[in-house]
Each structure stands twice: as structure tokens, then as C-alpha cells.
Design a protein around this ligand. Structure first.
Ligand SMILES: *Cc1c(COP(=O)(O)O)cnc(C)c1O
Length: 448
């Protein structure tokens, strides 16, 4: 499909590199933002979000690219992604509400229902009444019954548990987890039954998060299983065990997200072109059932579209978290540096042992020393990094925590009665506050 000699084959360029490292951010600019808006402060660069969308579209020119919005649901980010031409993949009624408010038309909205609360299904069905192009992805036959009870007969995609998982931590490896999707060996039957009551448009699988170059094999395995399933649905007479079944016409095969981002300073960035080629070749041809026997004007049968749904990849390197040093404490092993951000602002290190790069923006040419960077929460997990070589931190210094745009603000909480931080968006050289800092009053707002 893509000509390797064409310009599109090289998705990363000098103007749009594969990753923006923490070291690439303008320290003076970040210092100025922290002075003006105080810390902890999230900074999200919408221009970088746009670049990430562009690289994805270049690497997957014939695919549907859907942004898994749970990585960052800020309105400014959603609007940027919509303008960049990606669809939206939602995991809850709240996310549906946000993407519709950000102007996504229904036919670019996908809702993946995992054990959906009744309230979420009610919302999704009422949204579908307004926007009939919306698609609901289900991971259990129960969910189909619950949709039918609500009068839904619209577009349905069936989530399959492909039995292969990938991911940077066991908590995000969803592909082989029984929680997600219809078991692979029952999937064809569930799809055929669903097709009698709904407009089945696709099959879906998501293996988890953190696919990197070393895990391309399990991605390939997942995609090829999905290709096999799709072909047996589209052309049952050619699939030995399904002979006689009605063909199911699939618009698309969605192979999920999980495109990795290099959190470590020296980790190589994902080669999107490699991932795209591996994906296309592992999927193979999936003929549209209604056209399996005939052909388009050029004599080629119409094929189902490939769909991918990256979340992290779109926003991770577009965000940093700024935090101020308030304590330095020498201990026998190393210096502990206390900062004003904690696990309530950025949960990933505490929850997944995730690594985030840290830089002392005030360090100048001070000597580097290994430090532990810890937050103000009464939990031993509230540590952003240990043995980190930072320019000797002093009270009042500004630290930047990098690659914090995905699952950063999104997982922030008010634990320890800490108001959530503010967020500033950068775009075309301007900066604007897109989420104000919460106040102590915000903490008690819902109490009666
Ligand atoms: C979270 C999620 C994604 C995105 O995962 P990333 O690692 O952020 O790319 C895609 N699809 C589904 C169904 C998800 O739950």
C-alpha cells in the first residue's frame, strides 16, 4: 500500500521528530509559566499533539485512527485532535459527553463499554438517538441484551479477547485478561448472533499498553488472529468449520492502541512505520462480505478498513508537570528532595512503578548528585524517582517531570485533601490556562 520510497514512508522528520524529550523543552519558557501560574502546574503543548496526530496519520494512511481519549480528556486537547482528523474512542458516559461537547460528529465517536453501568448505557443510547452514526463496542453478550432492552439497534462492534497481551506493567495488559472482551473461541458465534439484532460493523481487540519495538511479536500475533477471525466471518464458506453461516460484513477491524512512548531518556522511540507495516502484513486481506464476490472499478474486491486507537502516543510527550522544591534532606544514602507535586498529581510512578524523566530547570551548572524526589502525600509510594542524577537541588528550584501528558492530570485525585493542579496549554506561541487550580473550597463542594 505505502510506497517505501515515498515521502510518507518516513513519518518522523526534523520538524516532526518521533519523540520530544524532556531536554527539548525550553527551560526559560517553563520557568516563566511556573512564575506566573504557580506550581504544581501541568503544561500541555497543543502543537506537539498536532504533530503526533500527523505522524500517526502518515504512518496509517488507509486506516481509521481513533484517539483513546482517556489518556487526556481536556477540551483543548480534544478539539486539537478533532481538527487533526482523528476519531474519538471513549470508555464512559463522561468521555462521550466530553467528545460530543468538543464537536466530534457521531460518526467519529466510538464508545467501548466494559461492564457498563446502567447510567452509562442510558446516556450512550440517548446520545445515539441524536447522533445515529455513533458506534458501541461491546465485550460481553450481556451488554448486547442490555442495549436491545433500551431499544438500541444501531452500530455495534464486538470486542474480542485475543488471548495475547502486551504492556509495560501487568496492570495494563488487558489482551489476555478475562475481564476484557468475548473469548476468542466464542467470538464468531457472538458476532453472528449480534448481527441479527444490530448493525455489526467491526471487531475489536486491545492488548494493553506499552507496545515497544521488543514487543512487536505479540502485536503481530494479536493482529493476525483478528485477521483470521474477520475472514472467517466475511467468507464463512471458505472457513472450514463455519460453512453455511451467513457472511458478516465488517467495515473495520480495530486492533487497539498501546503504542509505546520512550519514557527513559535513552530509550529509542517507536518506529511507527515498522508498527504500521507489521500491522498491515499481519492483518492480511479482509474482504467486505457484501462485495466478496464482486470487485471495485479497478478489479480489486473492497476490503475492511484497519483501525487503531492510540491514547498515550498522542499526548504523552506533549505534557510536562512542573513542581517546586520545598525541602532538601541529606540522609546516609542520598539526598531526599521534597517537592510540591505528589502522587495525587501524577499517579503513574506510584501505581505502575512508571519511570518519568526529571530535570532541575534551576540547576544551571551545579554539579549533578543522585537524589530521591518525593511528594507531600502520607504514602511511601509517593516518590517520583530514586537515585536520579539532578543538578544539586536547592529549596525554591523548579523541577520538570517529563512525558507527563498521558494519564497525568487524567488520574489526578484529591487524596489527602489536596486540590488538583492547574493546566496551561501552549499553542502557536501563546499560553492559556485551560484548567484552573482547584481551591480548598472545591474539596468540600459536593458534601451535604
Ligand atoms: C486505554 C485504551 C486504549 C489506549 O491505550 P494507550 O496505551 O493509551 O494507547 C485503546 N483502546 C482501549 C479499548 C483502551 O482501553
Amino acid at each position: 500500500m505505502s510506497d517505501p520510497t515515498s515521502e510518507a514512508a518516513s513519518t518522523a522528520t526534523d520538524e516532526n521528530p518521533s519523540v520530544r524529550r524532556l531536554a527539548d523543552w525550553d527551560a526559560d519558557r517553563l520557568q516563566a509559566l511556573a512564575s506566573e501560574h504557580d506550581t504544581p502546574l501541568y503544561v500541555v503543548d497543543l502543537d506537539r499533539v498536532r504533530e503526533n496526530c500527523a505522524r500517526l496519520r502518515d504512518a496509517f494512511p488507509d486506516a481509521d485512527v481513533r484517539y483513546a481519549v482517556k489518556a487526556h480528556t481536556g477540551q483543548a486537547v480534544l478539539e486539537t485532535v478533532r481538527e487533526a482528523g482523528l476519531d474519538a474512542e471513549c470508555a464512559s458516559a463522561g468521555e462521550l459527553d466530553r467528545v460530543l461537547a468538543a464537536g466530534f460528529p457521531g460518526d467519529r465517536v466510538h464508545y467501548t463499554a466494559v461492564n457498563p453501568p446502567a447510567r452509562d448505557l442510558d446516556y450512550a443510547v440517548s446520545a445515539w438517538n441524536e447522533e445515529p452514526g455513533l458506534t458501541i463496542t461491546v465485550g460481553a453478550a450481556d451488554t448486547l441484551d442490555r442495549l436491545a432492552e433500551r431499544g438500541y439497534d444501531g452500530r455495534v462492534c464486538v470486542r474480542v479477547n485475543p488471548g495475547v497481551g502486551a504492556g509495560h506493567h501487568e496492570k495494563v495488559r488487558t489482551g489476555a485478561d478475562v475481564k476484557f472482551g468475548v473469548p476468542y473461541d466464542r467470538a464468531a458465534q457472538v458476532v453472528r448472533e449480534a448481527d441479527e439484532r444490530f448493525d455489526v460493523v467491526g471487531i475489536h481487540a486491545h492488548a494493553g499498553s506499552g507496545i515497544d519495538a521488543g514487543q512487536l511479536d505479540s502485536h503481530r500475533e494479536l493482529v493476525s488472529r483478528m485477521g483470521e477471525l474477520a475472514r472467517s466471518l466475511a467468507t464463512p464458506d471458505e472457513a472450514g468449520d463455519a460453512t453455511g453461516a451467513d457472511p458478516v460484513d465488517l467495515e473495520y477491524v480495530d486492533v487497539g492502541g498501546g503504542f509505546g512512548v520512550p519514557y527513559e531518556e535513552d530509550a529509542p522511540p517507536l518506529d511507527l512505520q515498522d508498527v504500521a507495516e507489521a500491522t498491515r502484513s499481519a492483518l492480511g486481506r479482509v474482504p467486505r462480505a457484501d462485495t466478496a464476490a464482486d470487485a471495485d472499478a479497478d478489479g480489486a474486491p473492497t476490503e475492511a478498513t484497519l483501525a487503531v486507537e492510540p491514547g498515550r502516543y498522542v499526548v504523552a510527550d506533549a505534557g510536562v508537570l512542573l513542581t517546586t522544591v520545598n525541602t532538601t534532606k541529606p540522609t546516609a544514602e542520598e539526598t531526599v528532595v521534597g517537592v510540591d507535586a505528589g502522587m495525587t498529581d501524577l499517579l503513574r510512578p506510584a501505581m505502575y512503578d512508571a519511570y518519568h524523566p526529571i530535570r532541575n530547570l534551576s540547576g544551571g551548572d551545579r554539579e549533578e548528585t543522585p537524589v530521591t524526589v518525593a511528594g507531600p502525600i502520607c504514602e511511601s509510594a509517593d516518590v517520583f524517582g530514586t537515585k536520579r542524577p539532578l543538578a544539586q537541588p536547592e529549596r525554591g528550584d523548579l523541577l520538570a517531570i517529563g512525558i507527563a501528558g498521558a494519564y497525568g492530570y487524567e488520574m489526578a485525585s484529591q487524596y489527602n485533601s489536596r486540590p488538583r493542579p492547574a493546566e496551561v496549554a501552549l499553542e502557536d506561541g501563546d499560553a492559556r490556562v485551560v484548567r484552573r487550580r482547584e481551591t480548598l473550597d472545591d474539596l468540600t463542594r459536593v458534601e451535604r
